[in-house]
Design a binder for this molecule. Structure first.
Ligand SMILES: [Zn+2]
Length: 276
């Protein structure tokens, strides 16, 4: 068998006192998402107009909705998207939202050399710190890791990662001084709503179907004392009908009475030891 990267992959034992929680995480993908797919997209205004929608309509709609409902948010932002859209990032920062790291470009770390990955990490950090003093969380573009990612996060004093699918409770990595806030495709808007215009193979789900999927999974995770980490994208969830659906889901969260936390706060509630 091929050797595997030695990552914490098994959920540690959970103590009985662990309490359910909810964290709303927003991956702010603007033009960098499409530029990472193909350089040719730089000359495709139609493709890039999806990014424009996310910045102009999606972000303000999400800030208004979450403020109205009293739900804290964490925005993971690409460094170059922040450079292109400083007003949007200023508005996010002014709202009191946490700002986390989402790469410099939207290239996955597993496509980069170690040096390239570190350069992306540090360059984006210096950009994002213009908007927030506390950039301590990392979500990679596409949730993919390289074998160097955790080493680099630790050496640059990150507190937590939110990328792995190995658990339903936040945990402390065995191998690194980092907390992990687990995620899953099921609790992400993209797999349900993303339309693949190159193949037309992918069907767009109705909002009622996705609301039902999220609600069922959230209730089941909370019954285990786990943390629901919802991952959404302004250009996807920001469509008018989906903003209405998100309001319904957040109402369910509020009605359930679970603590609503930033990703940093949620990640620190590990089941296996103190966070930073
Ligand atoms: Zn992204």
């Amino acid at each position: 068998m091929p050797p595997l990267y030695p990552l914490t992959s098994k959920e540690p034992p959970v103590n009985d006192h662990h309490q359910p929680a909810f964290a709303l995480t927003i991956d702010f993908d603007a033009e960098e998402l499409w530029l990472a797919e193909s350089d040719a997209n730089a000359a495709r205004p139609g493709v890039l107009s999806q990014a424009t929608y996310g910045v102009q309509f999606g972000v303000p709609a999400l800030l208004e909705l979450t403020a109205d409902m009293g739900i804290p948010t964490t925005f993971f932002i690409c460094g170059r998207d922040a450079l292109r859209h400083p007003e949007a990032v200023e508005a996010i920062s002014a709202s009191g939202s946490e700002i986390g790291h989402h790469g410099l470009t939207h290239r996955s770390p597993d496509t980069l050399s170690r040096d390239e990955e570190e350069r992306e990490l540090t360059e984006a950090l210096s950009i994002l710190r213009r908007f927030s003093d506390d950039v301590v969380g990392y979500r990679s573009p596409s949730w993919d890791f390289s074998p160097h990612t955790l080493d680099l996060l630790e050496s640059h004093q990150f507190e937590y990662s939110s990328n792995l699918m190995s658990a339903v409770h936040p945990f402390r990595h065995d191998s690194h001084a980092l907390n992990e806030l687990p995620v899953h495709w099921l609790l992400d808007d993209a797999p349900h709503f993303w339309f693949d215009s190159t193949s037309w193979d992918k069907t767009i789900r109705s909002t009622s179907e996705v609301l039902n999927i999220w609600a069922e999974e959230a209730e089941a995770i909370w019954d285990l004392g786990g943390t629901v980490t919802l991952t959404i994208h302004p250009q996807i969830i920001g469509r008018p009908s989906r903003v209405r659906m998100l309001r319904q889901f957040l109402q369910l969260v509020n009605d359930r009475g679970v603590p609503t936390l930033t990703a940093r706060e949620a990640a620190a509630r590990t089941v296996n030891g103190a966070g930073k």
